[in-house]
Structures are given as structure tokens and as C-alpha cells.
Design a protein around this ligand. Structure first.
Ligand code: PAN
Ligand code: ZN
Length: 194
């Protein structure tokens, strides 16, 4: 990446048919094996992984200097699917710099943003085409695709925010979203480690 002071304006374009960003910046793909331990139904995880390793989601990070004055932005897509009754979702994270917020604009699909604060409060917001979701500082965030098409969203956050995955990897999140009678329902996570 160019040095901060040399950085120039730039444009990227997202193609809604191919679900690709051009220029792609940094593309990150997460398969089930990258987050297998996060799902409730571990028998189902084993069964699926014996056959293949589905892509759960991917995201394009536009390459922006990771410094405070810049706005990192990205387009993410969570594919439709379930592991047992649990919908495909992102790993979820806190930001390393704790006073760093984020705004999400949903471009396509249906889902939920599951949020949890460092004090242990939880909040869940609907995501659908047109929703703008604000993630305040110190709230972990995870996106869950509850629909049958890709959930696509654009997110913007401070350049130096950083990502802390470790807490959610170790503890999980308090709330999970499962399918019940064809609809998404919010449940307490029985595997949550306080
Ligand atoms: C988003 C997420 C992206 C992927 O850009 O990083 O949707 O989710 P995970 O980072 O949890 O794998 C964001 O919140 N950035 O801060
Ligand atoms: Zn974030």
C-alpha cells in the first residue's frame, strides 16, 4: 500500500451479479473449517466437513492506510445456508481500539446483526436492503444470514480500528440465531462461556 501522505482518492465498484468488487483490494474468504468450533451442532459440522468445506462468507477490504484519519471500508457477503438449525454467520469481533464504531449499510438479502457490549449487554438488529446499522464503540458484532440469498453489506470504520477475534472465539456470543418452523428465532447460547 502507498504511504499515507501519498494516498490518493479512489473509486471501487461492486458488481451485484458476480458479487465481486473491482478493484478487489484484499479478498478474505472464510470457510466452515475457519470457524467450525463456533457452531452449536458439532456433529453436523463433522458430517459436513467430511464431504466438503463450504464457503460461509467473504469480504473485500478496500486497501486504505490503517491510520486514524482514514476510513477503512469493505463489502461483505454472507452466503445462505445453515449448520443444523444455525444460520451461516460471520465470526464476529470487537475492534482492537475500543472507542471505534462502525456503520453498516445493507445492500441485499436478509439477516440479523448480533451485538454484544464489553459490559455484556446484547442487542440484535434486523438487516435487509436499505437498513443502516450503527455499531457503537465497544460492541462486538456478527452478521447472520437468515434469508435464502446472499446477505450483502457495506461497512465503514476507522482506519486503525483493528480486529479482536479472540474474545468471541473463546467465549462465543450470548445470543444465537436459529431457524424454528422456517423462521429465525433468538436463543440464549448454551455454549457461551462467561
Ligand atoms: C466487517 C467484517 C466483515 C467480516 O468488515 O470484518 O463483515 O466479519 P468478521 O471480521 O467478523 O470475520 C467489520 O465489521 N469490520 O470491522
Ligand atoms: Zn467491525
Amino acid at each position: 500500500m502507498e504511504k499515507d501522505k501519498l494516498f490518493r482518492p479512489l473509486n471501487s465498484i461492486f458488481d451485484f451479479t458476480s458479487l465481486e468488487l473491482n478493484p478487489p483490494g484484499e479478498l478474505i474468504v472464510r470457510n466452515l473449517s475457519d470457524m467450525d468450533f463456533m457452531y452449536q451442532d458439532q456433529d453436523r459440522v463433522t458430517e459436513i466437513l467430511q464431504k466438503n468445506d463450504p464457503v460461509i462468507y467473504r469480504f473485500y477490504n478496500v486497501e486504505i492506510p490503517e491510520t486514524a484519519g482514514h476510513l477503512q471500508h469493505c463489502v461483505s457477503m454472507v452466503f445462505p445456508g445453515k449448520i443444523g438449525r444455525e444460520y451461516y454467520m460471520t465470526k464476529g469481533h470487537f475492534h482492537e481500539i475500543e472507542d471505534t464504531a462502525e456503520a453498516y449499510f445493507t445492500l441485499r438479502g436478509q439477516g440479523r446483526m448480533v451485538m454484544q457490549s464489553t459490559e455484556g449487554k446484547t442487542d440484535i438488529k434486523e438487516m435487509k436492503k436499505g437498513t443502516i446499522t450503527y455499531v457503537p464503540p465497544r460492541w462486538a458484532h456478527r452478521c447472520v444470514n437468515t434469508g435464502n440469498q446472499p446477505l450483502v453489506f457495506f461497512a465503514v470504520y476507522r482506519g486503525d480500528a483493528g480486529h479482536n477475534y479472540g474474545i468471541i472465539e473463546k467465549k462465543g456470543m450470548k445470543k444465537i440465531i436459529l431457524e424454528e418452523k422456517g423462521k429465525p428465532v433468538i436463543k440464549d447460547n448454551p455454549r457461551y462461556k462467561n
